[in-house]
Design a protein around this ligand. Structure first.
Ligand SMILES: [Zn+2]
Length: 273
């Protein structure tokens, strides 16, 4: 990524952040921010092995899906990454899928690198990181920082331990040696213990398994069904989340046809359609 492009992304992340509710350092609730910005957010626990999330342009709707079976701090990063795609790339492509299994393959892709950089700038802006270090750290000398210091930072920025280490290294605040020392200390003491001992919120380190589906989702599911993207069984299941029966919305449906497949990818919108 060129310096010029990094600056552009930083500016866009800053602009987005201006609208977010921030307490001191971190964004309070990035999920709320998605909705405040008019994105359609769907959070659903589809299992630890499922996709991390995806973003899709459907008609005038910008849909972000995130898998709430993964650690909350990881889910927050995925959301920030998807917002990055929406702000940076959606004029070029209709959808992006974040799959943990292919993550290694596509970290080389520039759009993925850019979305990750956007997420880092959004969640941990450089000026806030420096402010935190000068006001909150016991010492500015990074060689003396411990895993406890990093776990306190987790709570302030609402991000994962690993993300903080990566960000500090990318900003050239810590070197590789300090990073691996802190990483080793984390592995020994465990993040949940560190959070507990520093009075942090341990929920950031576990999955929330939240089911959050916007009202428009019903319209969207019906649209997908009417356009043959999802089968009737999936439609019934999706409506079931709202205790709606298929008979209740029958006037909005096309004539039903027999379609065999039934899987969650179809449910969440026919990825890649
Ligand atoms: Zn991506």
């Amino acid at each position: 990524m060129t310096y010029k492009r990094m600056r552009e992304i930083q500016i866009m992340a800053d602009e987005f952040r201006q609208y977010c509710k921030v307490i001191k350092y971190g964004i309070v609730d990035i999920f709320d921010e998605c909705e405040r910005c008019g994105f359609k957010l769907v959070r659903y626990p589809i299992g630890e092995d499922g996709v991390l999330g995806f973003v899709q342009n459907r008609d005038d709707d910008k849909i972000i899906f995130s898998n709430s079976s993964v650690r909350l701090s990881r889910e927050i990063f995925t959301i920030a990454h998807e917002i990055g795609h929406l702000c940076l790339h959606m004029k070029m492509r209709e959808s992006y899928l974040e799959d943990v299994h292919t993550l290694k393959d596509y970290t080389e892709e520039s759009e993925e690198v850019e979305a990750n950089y956007f997420a880092a700038c959004l969640l941990m802006p450089e000026d806030k990181v420096h402010k935190y270090i000068s006001l909150e750290m016991a010492t500015e000398w990074e060689k003396q920082w411990t895993a406890f210091d990093i776990s306190k930072m987790m709570t302030s920025f609402n991000v994962s331990f690993d993300m903080i280490l990566n960000r500090l290294q990318n900003l050239e605040i810590i070197d590789e040696k300090t990073k691996s020392r802190l990483d080793n200390e984390k592995n020994l003491k465990k993040v949940s213990n560190l959070l507990r001992m520093t009075g942090g919120d341990v929920r950031i380190n576990v999955s929330s398994n939240v089911k959050r589906i916007p009202g428009e989702y019903i319209e969207w599911v019906i649209y997908n069904y009417n356009h043959n993207v999802i089968p009737q069984k999936t439609l019934e299941k999706a409506l079931g989340y709202f205790d709606i029966r298929i008979e209740d919305i029958s006037d909005k449906l096309r004539i039903a046809e027999e379609i065999e497949e039934d899987d969650l990818e179809a449910l969440i919108g026919g990825i890649g359609e």
